[in-house]
Design a protein around this ligand. Structure first.
Ligand SMILES: [Mg+2]
Length: 131
């Protein structure tokens, strides 16, 4: 599947620190045959990807629509259809599908949301013809 991850409050905290288990879960998803895309409403975020050593795991990076999501995929010229989105904004998930993740504002080493997301994606893929 083409799995799209938001950046702010999804994979990094307000201060840019990477959420626990992001790298490990990205690695497992790639090994499972999925493609990972990173997108953000505030622009291309390659610096976040590179700063955290995620580039080998990320297929591409896009600007995310912040309203009229379905229409925005076209107007922003996103060349890939998202099969599963992970975002702290539930309205995006309602429009495009996937799983809302608890917003990660503050650094919290005990946060296990990414592990939950991995399980949800795996279960979804199992019911929708795999990766
Ligand atoms: Mg966000």
């Amino acid at each position: 599947m083409n799995i799209f991850f938001d950046v702010d409050d999804t994979i990094i905290a307000f201060n840019g620190v990477l959420r626990p288990h992001v790298r490990e879960v990205f690695q497992r998803l790639v090994e499972d045959g999925h493609s990972i895309y990173i997108w953000s409403g505030v622009g291309l975020r390659w610096e976040v990807i590179d700063h955290n050593g995620l580039r080998p795991l990320v297929t591409d990076c896009f600007v995310k629509p912040v309203q009229n999501y379905r229409e925005g995929l076209k107007t922003l010229g996103i060349p890939v259809e998202p099969d599963f989105c992970v975002d702290d904004h539930p309205e995006l998930i309602r429009a495009l599908g996937g799983e809302a993740i608890k917003a990660y504002f503050w650094v919290d080493d005990s946060d296990r949301e990414m592990l939950r997301i991995y399980d949800v994606i795996t279960e979804y893929a199992r019911n929708h013809d795999g990766p």
